[in-house]
Design a protein around this ligand. Structure first.
Ligand code: SF4
Length: 453
């Protein structure tokens, strides 16, 4: 790049060497979005980002504090960054346990908690001052993304008003704070303009979106839109891309979003963290919704949207879970025929109120239940995927090359299955192709691209 000097002669101007930041981002998609927000700000200030410890002037570790195993992984990642680079700043959910981090890693330069964007940026400034050059340090309008170019997470709120007993998120992130709808939609529009083909809506409780703002209306594209889950899904559906809804609690108003799926504006996919099926266990967990009549609702949703894919997560071995509760869960799983399911063995997370509950389930029993659960769900998954053989399904391509890998509408990136596709070598990542499904295994599909006649 060049710019005109005082003499009127175009003189080349070199950028100053940029201070360089290494980033280790752990945890859930919400933490990933936090990393993206921090990086967007720092890139705008002229920082370069590197994937190598040696090239980094300072390393930022965005930690996860959800489970004890995640905390351990975060502490190990901090240790690795200190050993490899030496200059480390810690942020994210584990940041609320600064003393624990300092006890294990006294050399850490600074520690900040989740969403403390200003404090993280200040800590980076203190460690490596910025060398901003507005001519050279241009950031794309959609910000810095850590996801591939064709999909992006869209975070619509922070925090949560629920108080599930196994979870410490509300104590870390606070009560629900929704982003006004016009801000979310403006970000979505920028992402689409930048080439994003699939938006993944995330939060702690997507169905509760806007409750804290009393669903205040805002103007977008010349129309008033309430800050509300349905209105958001409806408006996102107008962008002409794949819209995938995560962390949806089955409150009654979710039924209206099924109408949007029936007309094809939102993907026929719902990620609903059910966690259990036994009313007794759900009550002990203090879950915001119970599964009473849930099977009937699932059946009604599937009548309206036959291809609706439901993803969920469950916890086995919660304190007080009896064999009868667990069997009820297995029976429910068999009847519900969910498409994609993750299962966790209950872990006592420091600070969670569930720790005070009586009747802990012994570890070997948790382990045995987890295997029975996974075996039962594997059979459901195999059956459901076998029923897709012989059909033609759209798939978005994540990887094109020797092996071309995509995902159907029923598959979110990273957590669900894939479709291996022959005959799509001339396509690009992000292209959506039609695939004739030829084979299925427990979790994934295979097929051949159908070319337009
Ligand atoms: S809904 Fe429950 S599990 Fe989810 S973030 Fe809120 S308190 Fe935690």
């Amino acid at each position: 790049m060049a710019r005109t000097g005082q003499s009127g002669v175009r003189t080349a101007r070199r950028p100053k060497p940029a201070p360089t930041l290494g980033v280790v981002s752990l945890g859930c998609p919400k933490a990933l979005v936090d990393s993206e927000r921090i990086l967007t700000r720092l890139r705008a200030e002229g920082y370069a980002v590197t994937g190598s410890y040696e090239a980094a002037d300072v390393v930022l570790v965005n930690t996860c504090g959800f489970l004890d195993s995640a905390k351990r992984e975060s502490l190990d990642a901090i240790g690795e960054a200190i050993a490899e680079n030496g200059r480390v700043i810690v942020t994210g959910c584990l940041g609320v346990e600064a003393e624990r981090i300092r006890a294990e890693h006294p050399k850490v330069l600074a520690i900040t908690g989740p969403q403390q964007y200003e404090q993280v940026v200040e800590a980076v400034h203190a460690a490596v001052p910025p060398a901003h050059d507005p001519i050279f340090d241009l950031v794309p309008p959609q910000g810095v993304k850590l996801t591939p170019r064709h999909y992006a997470y869209l975070k619509i709120s922070e925090g949560c008003n629920n108080r599930c007993r196994f979870c410490i998120i509300p104590s870390i992130r606070g009560d629900l704070v929704s982003r006004p709808i016009h801000h979310v939609l403006a970000e979505a529009e920028r992402l689409v303009q930048a080439g994003v083909k699939e938006l993944l809506v995330i939060s702690q409780d997507t169905s509760a979106y806007g409750v804290d703002l009393k669903h205040a209306p805002q103007s977008w594209r010349g129309r008033e839109r309430a800050t509300r889950f349905y209105e958001l899904a409806d408006a996102l559906g107008e962008l002409g891309i794949w819209v995938r809804l995560h962390y949806v609690y089955p409150y009654p108003h979710v039924d209206r979003v099924i109408e949007l799926m029936a007309k094809g504006s939102v993907l026929p996919y719902l990620d609903i963290p059910f966690q259990h099926a036994s009313p007794r266990v759900l009550k002990a967990m203090r879950r915001p919704a119970d599964q009473g009549r849930m099977l009937e609702r699932l059946a009604a949703w599937r009548r309206a949207v036959p291809d609706l894919a439901i993803r969920s997560t469950f916890i086995v071995g919660f304190p007080g879970e009896s064999e009868a509760d667990f069997r009820l869960l297995l029976d429910w799983l068999e009847a519900a025929e969910l498409d994609r399911v993750g299962c966790f063995r209950y872990e006592a997370v420091e600070g969670a109120t569930a720790n005070a509950l009586p009747d802990p389930v012994p570890e070997p029993v948790k382990e045995e239940r987890w295997h029975r659960f996974m075996q039962a769900q594997r059979q459901v998954s195999r059956r459901k995927l076998a029923a897709k053989v012989g059909r033609r399904l759209p798939a978005i391509l994540d990887q094109v090359g020797l092996e071309t890998i995509g995902r159907s509408m029923a598959d979110a990136p990273e957590i669900d299955g894939t479709v291996r596709i022959a005959g799509a070598e001339d396509c690009l990542p992000g292209d959506i192709v039609e695939v004739a499904i030829a084979a299925a295994d427990d979790y994934d599909l295979r097929g051949e691209r159908v070319r337009a006649a």
